[in-house]
Design a protein around this ligand. Structure first.
Ligand code: CAP
Ligand code: MG
Ligand code: MG
Ligand code: MG
Length: 486
């Protein structure tokens, strides 16, 4: 037991501490003792008390301030002045999601939740370009942003790739993304791919009069190559028509924050490939999806994948994925129904009680959400193009990107779960496997949303308006079922 790292009942709502909740289990020792070791290893210490610790250093110990032995939950306070100056997410993760995961006595060490004091938030970038900016570019205020991932995942040449983009956009889809491993492959040179996408986009815009967005993966082997890719996209594409996708966990937090700081006027798309190794429920070591999401918002990503809440093909429960989505979007998170969980009263950040602006903004946000999707749409239309509506005193929102085994039939069940239109959804196979082709897949997706907006069942809606694409989609995807049903 390292007593210096335990201070049960310490007052932690002072603005000095970042708070974290860990689930801890051990092969050896009693759990409070293990929690003290976790505190030591993730802040100032090691396994044995050292003679070199000054009083000043010891004042920076992380401490367990609360615990629930039955649930194996430990609340830990980190003096946030131990973190690198200048808002460095990579540095925080190195402390709290670093050596502790390798400690031999720990059977379980899962970082479940985190909370930042508002003073700390001021040091971090938070998102710059948000989903609302993308809405302004798309002139789209009454729908989630409906997108696709080009499939096959890899293997198309630039012109073949752009052809699929073209079909999806022509069918009415708003947003296309590179799949996460798309880079500068021999058979699909990066710059050529970008050139062809621009051509496809121009053609579609000419035909439809609608603007479109493409998210380009700029992840690369090194800084210079990443920047070269980004700058190339920037030189070819119109402002607003492109996003930068970063494989945030494999490329790293430094890549994410670099892009945020270098390109504040571009939508930053965090693809989290690899997160399952940390986040899956059956994995006892790691961190949760809400923790990953909060760190991404802190780092300033405009959008991050938060999971389909069990509706699609990837692992993820409603309570964890919807919680993450709300952490990304809201100022104040409230556990409103059984699909959500949180370890802190106000789980994004603490708001000082006497801060009237924050209180007002929170109340306004709550009123809009409480009114349901109709009220959210009304608010979006009312505030279109109004940059003043952005949370100038607080951190901007990050938009959830919902992906993985989805198809037009699954749009409703997911939207019902999340209860807002503030998300981007990308459906890859769920569009390109449509028996009538990609364009029909895109049409079915748009039609599925129209049905939702009207509050009509998709079957009835397809029947009533004689929508062949939607009818075929319903029959085809109902037969396929979701991953969860297989
Ligand atoms: C989805 C996807 C996404 C995953 C990522 C894929 O394609 O492109 O990368 O959804 O998972 O390759 O699987 P489909 P998550 O639409 O064809 O399933 O969003 O959970 O991070
Ligand atoms: Mg070390
Ligand atoms: Mg993918
Ligand atoms: Mg799909």
């Amino acid at each position: 037991m390292q007593q210096d790292y335990i201070d049960l009942g310490r007052k932690v709502d002072t603005g000095e501490y970042m708070l974290a909740v860990f689930k801890i289990d051990s092969y050896k020792d009693d759990l409070l003792s293990e929690a003290s070791e976790v505190c030591a290893e993730s802040s100032t210490g090691s396994n044995i008390k050292v003679n070199t610790a000054t009083n000043f250093a010891t004042a920076h110990n992380a401490v367990v301030y609360k615990f629930d032995e039955d649930k194996k939950l430990f609340w830990i306070a980190y003096p946030w002045s131990i973190f690198d100056r200048g808002g460095n997410v990579q540095n925080i993760m190195t402390y709290i999601a670093g050596n502790v995961f390798g400690m031999s006595s720990l059977k379980e060490c899962k970082l479940l939740d985190i909370q930042f004091p508002s003073a700390m938030l001021e040091q971090y970038d938070g998102p710059s370009y948000t989903i609302d900016d993308m809405r302004d570019y798309l002139n789209l205020y009454d729908s989630p942003i409906l997108g696709t991932i080009i499939k096959p995942k890899i293997g198309l040449t630039p012109s073949e790739y752009a052809e699929v983009c073209y079909d999806f956009w022509l069918g009415g889809g708003h947003f296309v993304k590179n799949d996460e491993p798309q880079a500068d492959q021999v058979f699909c040179p990066y710059e050529k791919m970008v050139d062809y996408v621009r051509m496809a986009m121009d053609k579609v815009e000419e035909i439809t009069g609608q603007t479109k967005v493409h998210s380009f993966n700029i992840s690369a082997s090194d800084y210079d190559t990443m920047i070269k890719r980004a700058d190339y996209v920037d030189s070819v594409m119109k402002p607003g028509s492109y996003a930068f996708l970063v494989d945030g966990l494999t490329a790293g937090w430094m890549a994410v924050q670099t892009v945020r700081r270098k390109y504040p006027n571009v939508f930053l798309h965090f693809h989290r490939a690899g997160h399952g190794a940390f986040t899956r429920d059956e994995n006892p070591i790691g961190f949760s999806v809400p923790v990953l999401t909060k760190m991404a918002r802190l780092a300033g990503t405009s959008g991050i994948h938060t999971g389909t809440a069990g509706v699609g093909k990837m692992a993820g429960s409603p309570e964890e994925d919807i919680t993450a989505a709300y952490q990304a979007l809201k100022l104040k998170f409230e556990v409103t129904d059984k699909t959500t969980r949180s370890f802190f009263d106000q789980s994004w950040s603490t708001a000082p009680e006497n801060d009237k602006d924050i209180k007002d903004a929170i109340e306004k946000e709550k009123a809009i959400w409480d009114g349901g999707i109709k009220s959210i749409i009304k608010d979006k239309i009312k505030n279109k193009g109004n940059k003043k509506e952005k949370n100038w005193r607080f951190m901007n929102k990050t938009c959830p990107i919902i992906s993985g085994g989805l198809n037009p039939v699954l749009l409703k069940p997911f939207t019902d779960l999340i209860g807002t239109i503030d998300f981007i959804t990308t459906m890859g196979a769920g569009v390109h496997s449509h028996p009538m082709g990609t364009q029909a897949g895109a049409k079915a997706l748009i039609q599925a949303w129209e049905a939702y907006k009207e509050g009509i069942d998709i079957e009835k809606y397809a029947e009533k308006h004689k929508l062949e694409e939607l009818k075929v989609a319903i029959e085809f995807y109902n037969k396929k079922g979701t991953q969860a049903q297989k």
